[in-house]
Design a protein around this ligand. Structure first.
Ligand SMILES: [Zn+2]
Length: 563
């Protein structure tokens, strides 16, 4: 008993000592509801930061004493939720197209008009104007948008605005004319040309196979090399802006990326998210040696631009019926999916890369695809010995029950993207049947079996917004909400766990849990403050939650203006 009291008081002294007797903090956050994701100190009120690191996590009183007038930036969280920065463990990050009109989450149809008008003003006549990610169910009137919204502001330009799912587009009259689409056009099989019920005229909405009829009649812009470079540069800046506005402070790119571009962004002070970039998996020792050179140049000890893991694909997707399954698809008994390569070849590659110390991440969707991936990782352990390899099943989407405990047994990370579940659930049961659906997007079963889980988005397949992933994890419901308990509600997890997988879980997957993913003294000061309390709001407000502050390496890289 005495021992416990002594150790507690000693710990208390250390805590106090760490918050005082130091030089002034550069930044403090006070009056927060701090979720540290640190089991030893789960919640707190305030944080002090010096340079790029956290130097104190304590009470507002303790932390305030570390502030000095003229030196310390003070953020009063005013009771708001403070979290470690989001770490997206699977994101196809890269330059965006600066000319693309972003319409995701648009609720007011007049936004279509305004945004197209603004783009036309910057474009030459005849240039194609593209945009999309709209969903008509999100519009206030819930009606399909029509060409009238954009015709008046785009008389001399073709305009194509794609629905979020990519299966329908809104085009203007310029495109209809160039395509020769009229009320009399024969509709191709598997397609639809939406018509006004009153006039019979095309509304501008073209679906599925009818999209093949579209001809834009565009005048293609030829860019000089310099213009092309500038466009890509602007695209990177846009992508990073999106990330910091969403609180995404770390990005793990599956596969390859342009190291030089990120170096330039870093050198110019524009890199506001930490980046891991890998290379495609190979068994070729010459190539692997080349990768080692890159890995030495961007080592794991770094905090900004690091060499990630080697990526392979073992199969396809459930949506396209190419996921590798043990048994045929429920809705197509002729096929059980496609392996991207024979197992033996795959295993050889895994064993060779593992032997040289690389981390490997394999896109694994079907139950058999996941089984093969685990088998290859197991083989590598048998032949090369057990080490802290942290190989990853990227997606780990459909699992046969006996494979679930193997993640923990083999030390394999389940790198999952919760929004895939709510995007795919419309067709998954139909495609793989009720029984196999029990092992699909089964993050709760994996967690219960002791697996390490890392969350991400698979952007740009899914949106980058972590709030969507959190919503999907805890509800397993449609984005617009739905009655009932959600799809396979037995796999729902708590908000605390969802945040854990998006922070420390993702940091673990990249060997950075010793310095990232928690709000803890000595850790990198990657922090977000949200405008709503994710733990107390109703579930339909989770996706609407916004980030008010994003802090990366102790610097405020984004603030919403909501002080
Ligand atoms: Zn992906």
């Amino acid at each position: 008993m005495n021992n416990i009291i002594i150790s507690l008081s000693v710990a208390g002294m250390i805590l106090t000592a760490s918050c005082s007797g130091q030089e002034a903090a550069d930044l403090i956050i006070i009056n927060g509801k701090v979720l540290t994701v640190d089991d030893e100190n789960p919640s707190s009120e305030a944080i002090a930061v010096k340079g790029e690191k956290i130097i104190c996590v304590g009470t507002s009183g303790e932390v305030k004493r570390m502030a000095e007038e003229g030196i310390t930036t003070v953020i009063d969280a005013g009771g708001r939720l403070v979290l470690p920065g989001f770490n997206d463990a699977h994101v196809h990050f890269g330059p965006l197209d600066p000319d693309y009109i972003e319409l995701r989450y648009t609720t007011d149809p007049s936004v279509f008009t305004e945004k197209v008008k603004a783009h036309v003003a910057k474009s030459k006549p005849g240039r194609l104007i593209r945009g999309g990610h709209w969903e008509h169910e999100m519009l206030t009137d819930k009606k399909w948008p029509s060409k009238e919204l954009i015709d008046k502001v785009s008389p001399d330009n073709p305009v194509i605005l794609t629905r979020a799912d990519g299966h329908s587009v809104l085009v203007n009259s310029y495109v209809l004319k160039a395509s020769g689409i009229t009320s009399k056009t024969k509709v191709p099989f598997g397609g639809e040309i939406q018509k006004d019920p009153a006039t019979g005229e095309p509304t501008g909405i073209i679906k599925e196979n009818a999209m093949d009829l579209i001809k834009t009649g565009e005048i293609v812009a030829v860019l000089s090399e310099k213009e092309e470079k500038e466009k890509i540069w602007q695209g990177y800046l846009m992508a990073l802006k999106e990330a910091r506005e969403l609180g995404v402070t770390s990005i793990q790119i599956p596969g390859w990326g342009d190291f030089d571009a990120y170096e330039k962004l870093r050198a110019t002070g524009n890199l506001t998210s930490r980046i891991d970039i890998g290379e495609p998996l190979t068994g070729d020792s010459q190539k692997l040696n080349k990768y080692l050179e890159t890995a030495n140049k961007y080592p794991g000890e770094g905090n900004w631009i690091r060499f990630g893991y080697l990526k392979a694909f073992i199969d396809g997707t459930i949506g396209s019926g190419t996921a590798l399954m043990f048994e045929p698809f429920a809705d197509n008994s002729n096929t059980s999916g496609l392996a991207m390569m024979p197992y033996e070849e795959f295993e050889k590659m895994v064993v060779a890369a593992d032997k040289m110390g690389f981390q490997i991440g394999v896109h694994s969707i079907g139950d058999k695809g996941n089984n093969w991936t685990l088998n290859a990782f197991q083989k590598a352990r048998e032949l090369n010995g057990i080490r802290d390899s942290r190989h990853r099943n990227e997606h780990a989407q459909t699992l046969a029950p006996p494979d679930i405990p193997r993640f923990a047994e083999l030390g394999v990370v389940a790198s999952m993207q919760p929004t895939h579940c709510i995007s795919d659930k419309k067709f998954v049961t139909k495609r793989i049947g009720e029984e196999r659906a029990k092992g699909a997007y089964a993050w709760k079963s994996l967690a219960d079996a002791g697996a390490k889980i890392a969350f991400g988005t698979d952007y740009q397949v899914e949106p980058l917004n972590p709030m969507e992933g959190l919503y999907a994890s805890v509800t397993r419901k449609e984005r617009l909400g739905e009655e009932g308990e959600g799809w396979h509600p037995e796999q729902k997890i708590s908000m605390a766990d969802a945040i854990r997988y998006y922070t420390i879980g993702a940091a673990y997957a990249q060997f950075m849990e010793d310095r990232k993913g928690m709000i803890k003294t000595g850790y990198l000061a990657d922090i977000v403050i949200t405008d709503k309390d994710l733990f107390t709001i109703p579930e339909n407000e989770i996706m609407q939650t916004k980030v008010d502050y994003t802090i990366v390496g102790g610097k405020v890289v984004y603030s919403s203006g909501n002080k």
